[in-house]
Ligand binder design. Structure first.
Ligand code: FES
Length: 117
């Protein structure tokens, strides 16, 4: 399953777009977070913390740190790099968000639940 998220030129730095990709084997929703990394590349991660299997935003819609330089988990503060989803600080330091595949087709960006290659 692949879902169109937005036009490529609509994905601006400092903004996180979301897309629903169905459910996993445990029945938990799979939500993709699509954003620009530090270099401007489009990257996507599953919206699930690596400390506990809860959404980073806890339903608030806030995914980024104040300076928008990292993804953060609102539950216990895990802080993840944008470029690779690596947790640099918090209870799951050293683990990585699940990266999802991003495709550009024409002018549109798509995400899929398959891991990025
Ligand atoms: S659930 Fe995300 S840091 Fe604890």
């Amino acid at each position: 399953m692949e879902v169109r998220v937005c036009r490529e030129d609509e994905l601006v730095a400092g903004v996180v777009r979301t897309a629903h990709l169905g459910h996993d084997e445990q029945g938990r929703p799979i939500t993709a977070l699509l954003l620009r990394d530090e270099q401007g590349a489009a990257v996507a991660y599953r919206n699930m913390c690596r400390h506990l299997p809860v959404p980073l935003d806890g339903g608030t819609g806030r995914f980024l740190s104040e300076d928008r330089a990292h993804l953060v988990c609102g539950t216990h503060g895990a802080t993840y790099r944008l470029r690779d989803g690596y947790c640099i600080e918090g209870p799951c330091a050293g683990r990585m968000l699940h990266r999802l595949r991003v495709s550009l087709r024409g002018a549109d960006l798509y995400v899929s639940p398959e891991p990025a290659s």
